[in-house]
Each structure stands twice: as structure tokens, then as C-alpha cells.
Design a protein around this ligand. Structure first.
Ligand SMILES: Cc1cc2nc3c(=O)[nH]c(=O)nc-3n(C[C@H](O)[C@H](O)[C@H](O)COP(=O)(O)OP(=O)(O)OC[C@H]3O[C@@H](n4cnc5c(N)ncnc54)[C@H](O)[C@@H]3O)c2cc1C
Length: 379
């Protein structure tokens, strides 16, 4: 990547600096978090102090004002360290903060975006429900207007960061009869009566991230907690997610790269039949294929990021990048595990973790089937 002529000098320098920070600060943090299966909350402040948490948000709100390609580069580096660690940052920074930047009024920007970029107020994104995953409009959560307040009732599932977040951005029906034209985004603060974390959900991968179910039992919120326009929540949620897909693709490129590099180092030192196993052509070609696929995934991802930076439409390109990068990350992680032989199944090597962690990326941010549905519409 460092001799990638499609990157600017600033983007390459960014990677050099971020890798140094990651090695010194994030890698030890991730090791502890993975062992404890608990999210390291201190990550938000340390990343904020370096300007990383607000990387692509404008300086006016405390951000660093950098481009989407640099954002992708950062998420590739994060993904290579720990998917669980990356998921928590991603859900706060990309999913929870983006709608404030895109649709929030100045009051909401000051109350959530600015402290969010400083790492002082952490958010989560509650769109999925037990009966509404791919079909975002199938939600049951409703918001009833009584006087000056809305009363929210419903359940959100798979909400990452739910255990510790200071607030959640949720979708709720404000006008059920209008279907997707009757959904609104609301911000609900932790501690609001009736809002609780019902349980933490154990998952096969991303074990240091905290996946939760949230319950809303007649939660009373003022109108000022509406994020964006009334009844525009469905469209605003989808618009927020487009950028997230580019980041999810980078995240997958990072896991795939780490899985490949670690397997390569293993195959160079593991000897069978009197020589390192890498010397078998059947093994070495696997690495040529993995490296080629990873570069292709990165190029697709950066293309989508460049379109976003140019303010051009990029829904199809973001979906293509997400589909290709995440599906191939799973294939590469499986192959990397295979190349470890029996040791790949043990916790002595990270191959098993990469293998478990990849699957989420084929499912979250819109399943890959949904992205296939999306891409064909543009052909
Ligand atoms: C670890 C983890 C963290 C998550 N974090 C969050 C979070 O922070 N916030 C949040 O809101 N959500 C989160 N999610 C939820 C995630 O976005 C959903 O799981 C995802 O959108 C799929 O929804 P579902 O699980 O209900 O599957 P379903 O929509 O029920 O799909 C079931 C299967 O049917 C397929 N399918 C459905 N419809 C179609 C169709 N039209 N065409 C073809 N195939 C179809 C799907 O691809 C899938 O294979 C998280 C999930 C996990 C596992």
C-alpha cells in the first residue's frame, strides 16, 4: 500500500503515523479487550486526542476535515488489529455521529456531534429489531405524540455499544399508515425513564464488542430529540449507511490483510517434508491469489471513497466494494486458517479469530444479498 500511486503523499504519511499510534496504543489495548471480551472505553478518548475520531468531520465541529480515502485507510488499519475493537469505533463514529452531521440542526450538532468527536459522549445506532432486519420499514417501534413529547415503545436488537453508550439513535414510526414515509429518527439519552439495556448478546465473532438488545417502554422524549426532519427517518437512515458501507469494506480489507500476512509468516517458518511449507507451489500460489484479491478489494473501496469525496453518486460502488471486500475477507480468512493446519483451530494463533470475525461483515451494514439486490438496480 505504501507504494500505491493512487494515494497522495498525505494519505501515505497518514498511514505511517496511524500505524505507529496503533502499534504503541491500540494493539496492547486490543489484546486485553479480546481476552476480557469487554470493550475498552478508553479507546474513544485516545483516538479523539489524536484527531482520529472526527477524522472526516469538518474542523468547525472539532473534526480533522480529511477525506473518505483517508477514513478508509484508517479503518483498514483498525480492522487489521481487531474487528471487535473496530466495530465499537465504527458504530460510534460512522453510524451514530454521521446522521447528526448530515441532518442534525445546530443544537443537536453541538449536543452530540461536538462531544462525540471529542470522545466525551459515545453513541450507538439502533435500527434493527427482532422483526425488522433487512426490511428496515418493518419496525414495530412507535412514537406517539402526547402534548409536547413523543412516547417511544419498542425493542431494538443487535445494537453495538448498547451497554455503555450515552445515547442511541433509533428509528420509530411517527405515522404508521404512511409506511416508509412515516418513520422518524430519534435520539434517546441513557437514563431516560423506560429506556433500558435488556441483555448483552453473545456472538461467534467480534467478541470484545458489546452487542445488545434495547428496550423502550413508553420513553418520553421532547420534540427537540428528533434527528432530521419528521417522517424522513427511513431515507435519512439509508443515506447515512451509504458512507458506512465504504468503511465496512475497508474494515474487511484490514482483516483479510492481517489474516494473509499472519498465515504467510507461519508458512515461511513451518517445516514439513524437510522444508518450509511455503515452498510448495500449492501453498505459495494461495498467497498470490490472496494478495491480488486484497488489492482489488482496496481499489474498489477507494474508488467508492473518491466518488464520495468528489460529491458524486456512489451507492452502487459502495455496495460493490462492501460485497467484494467482505465476501473475499471470509474466503481469505478461511484459507489462512487452512494453511495453519491444526494450529489454525487453536487460540495460539489469531487465524481462528479472523475466521470468526469476518462473518459479521457479510451480514451487517446490509447483508450481501441485499447489496446484490441493490447493484443490479443500477445495471
Ligand atoms: C454483531 C452484530 C452487530 C450488529 N450491530 C448493529 C447495530 O449496531 N445497529 C443495528 O441497527 N443493527 C446491527 N446489527 C444488525 C444487522 O445489521 C442485521 O443483522 C442485518 O441487517 C440483517 O438483518 P437480520 O439479521 O434481521 O436478517 P434478515 O433480514 O432476517 O435476513 C435473513 C436472511 O434472509 C436474507 N434476505 C432477507 N431479505 C432478502 C431479500 N430481499 N433478498 C435476498 N435475501 C434476503 C438475508 O440476506 C439473510 O441471509 C448487528 C448484527 C450483528 C450480528
Amino acid at each position: 500500500m505504501m507504494n500505491d500511486v493512487t494515494l497522495t503523499d498525505d494519505q501515505r504519511d497518514f498511514v505511517t503515523h496511524f500505524r505507529k499510534f496503533a502499534t504503541e496504543v491500540l494493539v496492547p489495548m486490543a489484546e486485553k479487550a479480546e481476552a476480557a471480551e469487554a470493550y475498552p472505553l478508553e479507546i474513544f478518548k485516545v483516538m479523539a486526542d489524536q484527531g482520529y475520531l472526527g477524522l472526516a468531520f469538518p474542523e468547525k465541529y472539532g473534526g480533522s476535515g480529511l477525506d473518505h480515502v483517508t477514513l478508509s485507510l484508517m479503518f483498514e488499519e483498525l480492522g487489521a488489529i481487531s474487528a471487535g475493537l473496530t466495530l465499537g469505533v465504527y458504530c460510534h463514529m460512522v453510524l451514530a455521529l454521521t446522521p447528526f452531521y448530515l441532518f442534525g440542526n445546530e443544537d443537536l450538532k453541538q449536543r452530540y456531534l461536538v462531544p462525540g468527536i471529542r470522545g466525551e459522549k459515545i453513541g450507538c445506532w439502533g435500527i434493527t429489531e427482532p422483526g425488522a432486519g433487512s426490511d428496515l420499514a418493518a419496525i414495530s417501534t412507535k412514537a406517539e405524540l402526547k402534548g409536547d413529547h413523543y412516547h417511544l415503545t419498542g425493542t431494538k436488537i443487535f445494537t453495538t455499544n448498547g451497554t455503555f453508550a450515552d445515547y442511541v439513535v433509533i428509528t420509530a414510526y411517527t405515522n404508521k399508515a404512511a409506511g416508509m414515509k412515516g418513520i422518524t429518527l430519534f435520539v434517546v439519552d441513557k437514563g431516560t425513564p423506560g429506556f433500558s439495556v435488556s441483555r448483552r448478546i453473545k456472538t461467534v465473532g467480534v467478541r470484545c464488542s458489546e452487542t445488545t438488545e434495547l428496550s423502550f417502554d413508553n420513553v418520553k422524549v421532547p420534540k427537540s430529540q428528533i434527528l432530521g426532519e419528521l417522517d424522513r427517518g427511513f431515507y435519512n437512515a439509508l443515506n447515512s449507511l451509504t458512507g458506512g458501507r465504504i468503511v465496512a469494506a475497508s474494515f474487511a480489507v484490514g482483516i483479510a490483510r492481517a489474516a494473509m500476512e499472519q498465515a504467510l509468516s507461519y508458512c515461511r517458518q513451518r517445516e514439513q517434508f524437510g522444508h518450509p511449507v511455503i515452498q510448495n507451489q500449492g501453498v505459495s500460489w494461495a498467497f498470490s491469489d490472496m494478495a491480488t484479491t486484497i488489492d482489488a478489494a482496496r481499489l474498489l473501496t477507494h474508488r467508492a471513497a473518491r466518488l464520495a469525496d468528489a460529491g458524486k453518486p456512489h451507492i452502487k460502488e459502495a455496495s460493490m466494494a462492501k460485497l467484494f471486500a467482505t465476501e473475499n475477507a471470509s474466503k481469505i480468512a478461511a484459507q489462512a486458517m487452512q494453511l495453519h493446519g491444526g494450529y489454525g483451530l487453536t487460540e495460539e494463533y489469531p487465524a481462528e479469530r479472523y475466521y470468526r470475525d469476518c462473518k459479521l461483515l457479510e451480514i451487517g451494514e446490509g447483508t450481501n444479498q441485499i447489496h446484490r439486490n441493490m447493484i443490479v438496480k443500477f445495471l
